[in-house]
Design a protein around this ligand. Structure first.
Ligand code: 5AD
Ligand code: SF4
Length: 470
């Protein structure tokens, strides 16, 4: 395997547990609270659950109310400038909390601060931030917090390794029925627009036994939905030297007894295999949903992005999926306005949406990331033109989504109930196997359960239904 991947031994994890108990000792006199603020992707959500797990072990009560907090940890994202600005702005807002409560500790971690220039920004422009830890320093959080408390000195912890795998850290899961399980970390693909390989290190897979044991425990605890996480899950196992690939891992997970659904993200189209599609088709436990980021429908742009596939090869995969699993919901990520994207290139992307007929797309206007190859490419298209293309992309997809949602009218579908909607008159909300959002009236006792709902109204973004009693 390329790079300088650090091995974190059980002894090193034990040391961190020792730091956790030292901090707990210091904290034992008072009731203390901690808030974890998360920006970005599911991988960050999963990391935050570990951050919260460690904070809890250190004696802090986890609260969403930052005004009560004695320690705030901000877990940042770097994938687009907007995400960075949001994290910096919230960090700025915490300054006044600290002036009211001088003992408050403020820490910042994750992808944004894993960039050297951002570390310097925090050091110089945010003097009230007490500690900073890069993505590969997450397991050392207890030590970092302990040192801050003991020495009163600001702590800045970034290393130049290519990442690590730390097993056995405590986890405070934010849901009682949906769980994230990272199966691998990092990325080797270096798509030219993307900062992730620079801030999350090289690809490294967790051992199958560690993953299976974690999932067995979750199923025993009543979790209904397991989402496997990795920047490119299709590379799973390549570094293990064990003759196991992602399809094999999925099969082993499906062989665990119990009533649960498995999802996974994200797949790189260059590594997605027909074998994987066959595995999904053959296993009722795997959700019939596939997130396959296309990024652009233009082969010229795909090449500039260093994506290693063409629209034709992508479409062959999608067609095979639709043939083998007719009910499959395919979703994607699209970047609009990559440097040098012409009107003709963009037309290929719109055409791709029509041809694949995605159930949903996640679309982004290209954001220049310092240090990536695309950041120095010629980019003559104005932001205004990019915004117009973005709107055209949304309009095209909205028509397709609406058309696909209408197909649900009158049908009875199974929905995992997630909670109450914040907007839709407080109705219950949930998702079906294809991740479609469904709203309906019902009792709180249905939250966390799989229920049957009849669809009575469909619009572009969601379905409205009626709960069907057994
Ligand atoms: N600008 C815009 N979108 C980006 N993504 C990654 N990097 C950038 C960038 N620099 C998008 C890709 C990826 C998703 C997680 O974020 O579409 O699949
Ligand atoms: Fe970024 Fe490409 Fe890796 Fe995804 S596969 S994390 S887009 S470099």
């Amino acid at each position: 395997m390329a790079g300088n991947i650090q091995i974190i031994s059980p002894q090193m994890i034990k040391e961190q547990y020792d730091y956790m108990s030292k901090v707990r000792q210091i904290n034992s006199e008072r009731t203390l609270y901690a808030t974890v603020k998360t920006y970005g992707c599911q991988q960050n959500e999963a990391d935050s659950e570990r951050i919260a797990g460690m904070l809890k072990e250190m004696g802090y009560n986890i609260t969403a109310d930052e005004s009560r907090a004695d320690i705030i940890v901000i877990n940042t994202c770097a994938v687009r400038e907007h995400a960075e600005l949001k994290a910096l702005s919230i960090t700025g807002q915490f300054k006044h909390l600290k002036s009211k409560k001088p003992g408050l500790l403020i820490g910042i971690g994750g992808c944004m601060v894993s960039q050297e220039h951002r570390k310097e920004d925090i050091k110089n422009k945010y003097p009230y931030v007490d500690f900073l830890f890069g993505t590969s320093m997450l397991y050392k959080l207890p030590e970092i917090i302990y040192k801050k408390i003991k020495t009163k000195k600001r702590q800045f912890h970034l290393d130049d390794s290519d990442g690590n795998i730390a097993e056995g850290l405590p986890v405070e899961r934010f849901s009682d029925f949906k769980a994230w399980v990272s199966i691998m970390y990092g990325c080797n693909n270096f798509c030219t627009y993307c900062i992730v390989p620079y801030v999350r290190g090289r690809e490294r897979s967790r051992k199958p036994d560690d993953i299976l044991n974690e999932i067995r425990g979750l199923i025993k605890d009543g979790y209904r939905e397991i989402t496997l996480l990795g920047q490119n899950v299709n590379s799973y196992g390549k570094d293990l030297g064990m003759d196991i690939d992602f399809s094999d891992l999925l099969q082993m997970i499906c062989d665990i007894e119990g009533d649960f659904t498995v999802r996974f993200m994200t797949s790189h189209p260059k590594d997605a295999t027909f074998k994987l599609i066959d595995t999904i088709a053959a296993n009722p436990k795997i959700a019939k949903q596939f997130h396959l980021p296309l990024q652009s429908g233009s082969d010229r742009i795909l090449k500039l992005m260093n994506r290693h596939y063409t629209f034709e090869s992508y479409k062959a995969l999608a067609d095979y999926m639709k043939k083998k699993i007719p009910e499959i919901a395919i979703t994607t990520d699209i970047i609009v306005g990559f440097p040098g994207e012409t009107e003709e290139d963009f037309a290929c992307t719109l055409n791709a949406l029509e041809q694949i007929e995605y159930d949903n797309i996640y679309s982004f206007i290209y954001s220049k990331r310092k240090g990536t190859p695309a950041a120095v490419m010629e980019d003559p298209t104005t932001q205004e033109e990019k915004a117009k293309r973005f709107q055209r992309l949304l309009d095209t997809q909205n028509t397709i989504s609406n058309r696909k949602n209408q197909e649900y009218l009158g049908k009875i579908i199974s929905v995992l109930v997630e909670g109450r909607s914040k907007t839709d008159d407080g109705k219950l909300t949930g998702r079906n196997e294809k991740n479609r959002l469904v709203h309906f009236s019902g009792d709180d006792c249905l939250i966390g359960k799989n229920v049957k709902v009849k669809i009575i109204k469909a619009d572009t973004f969601s379905l409205m239904g009626e709960y069907i009693e057994k």
